[in-house]
Write a protein that binds this ligand. Structure first.
Ligand code: AMP
Length: 407
């Protein structure tokens, strides 16, 4: 038997997602998905920071300076002490950390010891914006929570991609020397959603071929055959693939050199341009889909064009992944845009009846928050909306690993 919290009678996991200037957390019960508390600590390292802590129906907001991730972890504990739940009355069985890049070293969740932490740190060149923050968050959390800490990697679900899918057509030795290959990201979400699709449809994961569109501010798509990912759109970094909020996704690689030579931009400037000022933002000035949706309804041509570019790219992936899978059972939409924007889902799947996709307009328009089928009853390929829950997936993976290793 694993230790249990006195609040729920069930094991509890603290999930931490450390960004460079923010730290998100959730205390939850992996068995039931119940969230006991959640929070967001923002503007770490800036003159003034902000802490949001939510427990039950109560939300607490505080403004205070947060110098680094160590101070953020202290603030996290202070929030629990001030507003609950009381951590002295809860047995946290594990802390689960979201780590963006696991490189070739990590293909599944791992209990963090000093050697693992050093390896995550060694992967920083592959994810310079993300892994240093994870390392800082893990260090600070290990000092304060003396329970097993588990790293769950965004890349893990894609570590078994077929070689033909993960290999870039550049010289083999150079690619090997610098570990250049397609790693894929959002893996925790793609794995969780593909399994939820199987559960919702009542079929074994092993029998299911599904395409998952994770469409948030970052966006990616995966092709999953029998529970294993065989393709995904993000690459060495999360810049490749679909058009995103501020990232360009696929472009001709020569644009880098061209901008450098012709527009006199430095590599760092081009990096910022393609990661932070491109995508929907670059096309129409907005990266929030709600704003773009409203502008389209008002007849704004730049917003309409951005939407069309976004949809065009998405449909190219839908078609090519369907062919890669050979047989397609379901297409699932998830994350902020995928879960909430019927106009996008309709544009992505319209006119594809010949290929077995029959959208039901009424079902697509419904705004219920649950996983659901939005295609017609006779649609050979099921079109679905499946809310993602990366925190729950991380908590479950952390709890399972700790339970498996318990003497
Ligand atoms: P995420 O990264 O998953 O949080 O998703 C962020 C994106 O989802 C932003 O572009 C939001 O505009 C979009 N989004 C969130 N809620 C809604 C909504 N209710 N309707 C349309 N788009 C939404």
């Amino acid at each position: 038997m694993s230790p249990a919290s006195t609040v729920t009678g069930l094991p509890t996991v603290l999930v931490i997602n450390s960004g460079s200037s923010s730290l998100k957390y959730q205390l939850l019960v992996p068995d039931t998905g119940e969230v006991l508390a959640s929070g967001l600590i923002e503007q770490i390292g800036e003159a003034s920071g902000r802490i949001n802590h939510t427990t039950g129906d109560h939300k607490y907001v505080e403004e205070t300076r947060i110098d680094d991730h160590g101070v953020a972890l202290a603030a996290l504990q202070d929030q629990f002490a001030a507003y609950g739940p009381n951590l002295d009355e809860i047995t946290i069985t594990a802390v689960g950390h979201r780590v963006v890049h696991g490189g070739s070293s990590f293909s599944e969740p791992v209990v963090i010891d000093d050697a693992v932490l050093a390896e995550i740190e060694a992967l920083c060149p592959l994810a310079p914006l993300h892994n240093p923050a994870a390392v800082a968050g893990i260090r600070a959390a290990r000092e304060r929570f003396h329970v097993p800490h588990v790293a769950v990697f965004d890349t893990a679900f894609f570590s078994g991609l077929p070689e033909a899918a993960s290999t870039y057509a550049i010289p083999t030795e150079l690619a090997a020397q610098h570990k250049i290959k397609k790693y894929g990201f959002h893996g925790t979400s793609h794995e969780y959603v593909s399994r939820q699709v199987a559960t919702e449809l009542g079929v074994p994961v092993a029998d299911l071929n599904v395409i998952v569109f994770h469409l948030g501010n970052g966006a990616s798509v995966s092709a999953v055959r029998g529970g294993r990912a065989i393709e995904t759109s993000m690459g060495l970094t999360p810049l490749q693939g679909l058009v995103m909020g501020t990232r360009c996704g696929d472009i001709d690689a020569s644009i880098y050199m061209y901008l450098h030579n012709v527009a006199d931009l430095s590599i760092a400037e081009i990096d910022t341009l393609l990661n932070k000022q491109s995508g929907l933002k670059g096309l129409c000035g907005d990266n929030d889909f709600r704003a773009i949706d409203q502008r389209i309804r008002r007849g704004d041509t730049a917003a309409k064009r951005a939407f069309e570019v976004y949809v065009h790219r998405l449909r190219l992936y839908l078609g090519s992944y369907a062919f890669t899978l050979g047989r397609l059972d379901a297409v699932a939409f998830t994350a902020g845009v995928g879960e909430n924007n019927p106009m996008l889902r309709a544009a992505a799947t319209s006119g594809l009846e010949h290929f077995g996709l029959h959208l039901d307009e009424g079902r697509n328009a419904s705004s219920t928050k649950h996983a659901r089928v939005i295609s017609t009853d006779h649609s050979p390929v099921k079109i679905m909306v499946v809310p993602t829950n990366e925190e729950l997936a991380i908590a479950r993976q952390a709890e399972e690993l700790v339970e498996r290793l318990r003497p």
